[in-house]
Ligand binder design. Structure first.
Ligand code: C2E
Ligand code: CA
Ligand code: CA
Length: 718
């Protein structure tokens, strides 16, 4: 009940109230209108009564007055008038003579109309006072002629006041309105209460039902006997709850399945995450460590250096960077092969690591270069460390059952004495190492005074990198012709470097240096690409020649070399070319198996091989037997002086004989005279190359040369 009351009070703008308000308005309009109509008709009736009363009194006086007028009995007239004037609602009564002047009149001084009229007129003459009174809207003036025997004797004037009947009508109206108000209030209250008890109970039941459902009791149903819209609503509600229950059950099932799936997924994600973490660690290890030795690589070393430098800076300490490379590594690698070289590097790495403290970092920069970071150390201590490391490398290394002694050179740079950042310190340690190697002193602490050579070496390599990037290198070409008839069999591409400051740098000066660096690969690619482009032009113009291109030692040992060649052929737009790669003896002898391995991949492009600088190496020709080599080139140092130097001539002759025995063609380079040509002709040499025939020149000059000669891309025509 309390709840209900609360609701009733609370429902200020509830449907009930709205409904009742509408009823109240309608009732008010209806009953108010009725009251007003009633009031009007009452007023009308009263007025008629008043007029009737005035008429009766006026007629009456008019009928009794002639006698008194004729007898001039003014007293009687006064009495008539006075009698009439005392009647209810009569304000004044007056009798006028035939001529119009008043015979008698009665003015009740207590009457408020008369009082105010007298005050206004300001004298006691009757006619003006009556005129003044008649101006009042409440006053109803009436005139009655006094006749007797068809003769007129005067007039009766009567003034009636409507004030009382207006008042009466008003009171009647108020009574009616109050009555109506009472009825409206009563009706509205009754309707409201009835509404609350009939409709609201059902609505409340609906509301409670909704609450139960909202609390999750989906089995709850609203009981209703209503056969009306609310009943329909309750049924619809029950229906909806039924459907809700079904869909909730379905949702719960789906949710359970989803949770199951989620759990499954989470566990899979967890497994994957573990795997990824593991992989990440491996990747990190791979990215930051050298795969061969497992030591930190260049980027990790640089990172550690940066850290160590900032620590040293904060603590005011010094630190040392020691760079090391092996003295005869290239020889071992070239002669004994990669595997042996790799083993050696691993062993060196382990010995360095074992000699150093845990706080020191030892890493491999690439090739046979190692770097050692020693925090909190001065120059004397770093020399001690370098000596310890030299000692550690002294015992011979056991490789493939053989003992090898190998020396190393150490370059030391100190922070902050020799540089403030990692790259400067590394550069300086490199310079120091270079000097150590030159002077065979084992170790060297960086000294700015001795830096000139090394920095220029580094600068030169930097310049070469830019020259490659900017396509600033050029190629010259030198024909290789048949000794027999001068037919052009081939053309050798020879690189030229026009340096912007140093002028033309000969290949002998920069190529050996470059071969120690990673530039080997892009350089070979550039040479091959440029040479093949030129060959393609000649070939299109109908010139058939072999293209001879020099390879660096390291190219053939590079496992990515065939891929690189394929890339070059693609970019030039060729799938085959009459290409002969010139490799020096020592390269082939260092790892003949490797040469045999890459060969099939290269033969696809029509590539053959020639052995360059033959005679300078120490291999025996018979070792070349199994290699698919087309020709040998006798080194120019033997050819140049063969016409005057007997030893040279002997070497040339025996080389030609040996090569022919192996079924190889022979090219003599460095031909500087007709006498040499004649000798070579007699010695049965196949092809010649040299300044006497044509110096290395630019491509367009070669084109002119080619126009004057026969050409053949068949080495057997020589
Ligand atoms: P090389 O392969 O033995 O090349 C022959 C060298 O002999 C060339 O020197 C050539 O100019 C020179 N020459 C030719 N005819 C005569 C002559 O009649 N008398 C004399 N005195 N010399 C003659 P260049 O061009 O200075 O090349 C020197 C070396 O540089 C080459 O020796 C080769 O080993 C290397 N080289 C040149 N270009 C390349 C290249 O593109 N790649 C590689 N890897 N090495 C190259
Ligand atoms: Ca050559
Ligand atoms: Ca040569």
């Amino acid at each position: 009940m309390k709840e209900l009351l609360k609701r009733i009070l609370g429902l200020r703008f509830s449907i009930g109230l709205k409904f009742v308000a509408i009823i109240a308005v309608i009732l008010s309009i209806t009953m108010g209108s009725a009251a007003i109509v009633n009031y009007r008709s009452h007023n009308q009736l009263f007025l008629q009564h008043l007029e009737h009363k005035g008429e009766m009194l006026g007629q009456f006086i008019a009928s009794i007055s002639p006698k008194a007028i004729l007898s001039n009995n003014i007293l009687a007239l006064i009495e008539y008038v006075r009698q009439v004037s005392h009647q209810q609602d009569i304000v004044y009564a007056m009798i006028l003579a035939k001529q119009g002047h008043p015979l008698t009149g009665y003015l009740n001084n207590d009457n408020p109309y008369i009082k105010s009229a007298i005050k206004k007129v300001n004298n006691r003459r009757l006619i003006p006072i009556i005129d003044e009174i008649n101006k009042n809207r409440d006053i109803l003036p009436m005139r009655f002629p006094i006749r007797f025997n068809d003769r007129r004797y005067g007039t009766v004037l009567i003034g009636l006041s409507r004030a009382r009947i207006e008042e009466l009508s008003r009171q009647e109206l108020i009574k009616q309105l109050l009555g109506s108000l009472f009825i409206i209030v009563f009706l509205c209250a009754s309707i409201f209460i009835a509404f609350r008890y009939s409709a609201l109970r059902s609505i409340l039941r609906l509301y409670k039902g909704y609450q139960r459902v909202a609390e999750g009791h989906l089995d709850h149903r609203i009981k209703t006997r209503n056969n009306d819209e609310l009943g329909d609503l309750a049924h619809a509600f029950n229906d909806m709850v039924g459907k809700l229950k079904v869909s909730t059950q379905e949702k719960d099932i789906a949710l359970n399945e989803l949770q199951e799936l989620n759990k499954h997924l989470e566990s899979r994600v967890e497994v994957r995450t573990h795997a990824l973490e593991h992989l990440n660690k491996e990747l990190e290890q791979l990215a930051l460590h050298d795969s061969l030795t497992g030591l930190p690589n260049r980027s990790l070393i640089q990172d550690r250096m940066k850290q160590a430098i900032s620590n040293a800076h904060r603590a005011g300490h010094t630190l040392a960077i020691i760079m090391m490379d092996l003295d005869r590594f290239k020889e071992i690698n070239d002669t004994l092969g990669h595997n042996v070289g790799d083993h050696l590097l691993q062993d060196v790495g382990s010995r360095l690591r074992a000699t150093l403290r845990n706080v020191d970092t030892v890493g491999r920069l690439g090739g046979d270069e190692f770097a050692i970071l020693v925090p909190d150390t001065d120059s004397a201590a770093s020399v001690t460390i370098a000596k310890k490391l030299i000692q550690a490398l002294e015992p011979p290394f056991l490789l493939e059952g053989l003992n090898f002694s190998i020396g190393a050179s150490f370059g030391i740079a100190l922070y902050p004495e020799h540089g403030f950042d990692a790259s400067m310190l590394l550069k300086r340690a490199d310079v120091a190492m270079y000097i150590a190697k030159q002077s065979k002193s084992g170790y060297f602490i960086y000294d700015a005074d001795k830096d000139t050579h090394s920095t220029s070496r580094l600068a030169l390599m930097g310049d070469l990198r830019s020259a490659l990037d900017e396509d600033a290198l050029t190629l010259n070409f030198q024909p290789i012709v048949s000794v027999q008839d001068g037919t052009v069999i081939g053309i050798e591409a020879l690189c030229r470097w026009p340096h912007p400051e140093k002028g033309l740098i000969p290949p002998d000066e920069f190529i050996p240096m470059m071969e120690q660096t990673a530039l080997v690969r892009p350089f070979a690619e550039w040479v091959l690409k440029s040479a093949l482009k030129q060959w393609k032009i000649w070939h299109r113009n109908g010139t058939d020649v072999l293209l001879f291109v020099n390879l660096s030692m390291r190219n053939l040992h590079d496992s990515e070399f065939p891929e690189q060649i394929s890339r070059v052929f693609d970019s030039v737009g060729l799938d085959k070319a009459n290409l002969i790669l010139e490799i020096t003896e020592s390269v082939i002898m260092a790892d003949p198996q490797q040469v045999l391995r890459v060969l099939p991949d290269l033969q696809k492009f029509g590539i053959d091989f020639a052995i360059d600088d033959f005679g300078t190496g120490y291999s025996s020709l018979s070792q070349l037997k199994h290699l698919p080599v087309q020709a040998v080139k006798i080194d120019r140092s033997f050819v140049i002086n063969m016409d005057s130097n007997k030893d040279d001539a002997t070497i040339v002759r025996s080389t030609i004989d040996l090569a022919h025995n192996l079924g190889l063609k022979v090219i003599a380079e460095g031909v500087e005279s007709q006498a040499t040509i004649d000798m070579l002709h007699d010695l049965n040499c196949d092809m010649i190359q040299g300044n006497f025939i044509c110096q290395p020149v630019e491509a367009n000059e070669i084109s002119v040369f080619l126009q004057q000669r026969h050409t053949s891309a068949d080495i057997n025509t020589a």
